[in-house]
Design a protein around this ligand. Sequence first.
Ligand code: IDP
Ligand code: MG
Length: 140
Amino acid sequence: MERTLVLIKPDAVEKGAVGKIIDRFLEEGFRLLALKMLRLSKEEAGEFYKVHRDKPFYGELIEFMSSGPIVAMVLEGERAIERVREIIGPTDSNEARRKAPNSIRALFGTDKGKNAVHASDSKESASFEIPFFFSSLEML
Ligand code: IDP
Ligand code: MG
């Protein structure tokens, strides 16, 4: 069993897609271990995405991720990290619509930046990202 962190980003929350996105993960057989809605400060968004601090899109990413409420959740399942990445699709939502039309980013994202969801990409990132949002007491 593996655990992964998923964020529903401000664009998808604004679109009213929270319920549909959570339901998709439940339909795919994952167990929802923790869930909350919150708004990140710029500092918190910068810390969460610090691996990207040298990328040209870092500033835009921090602005976007702190622009409105997000929903954070922990999902559990067999090979959850890899399988959730598959279900969300490629980073660029337009590419997702071409290559993975049933992926969450194809269905709910706009472009490469506003792409509806985040999901941990490795065990290492999950082990940083899960405790960033949830203490062990909040994981049921
Ligand atoms: P990922 O979310 O698919 O793992 P990463 O390359 O790790 O993609 O980038 C992290 C996030 O940064 C993306 O989900 C997206 O929101 C944003 N991002 C990535 N590339 C660009 C870009 O070229 N322009 C604007 N935002 C970007
Ligand atoms: Mg990534």
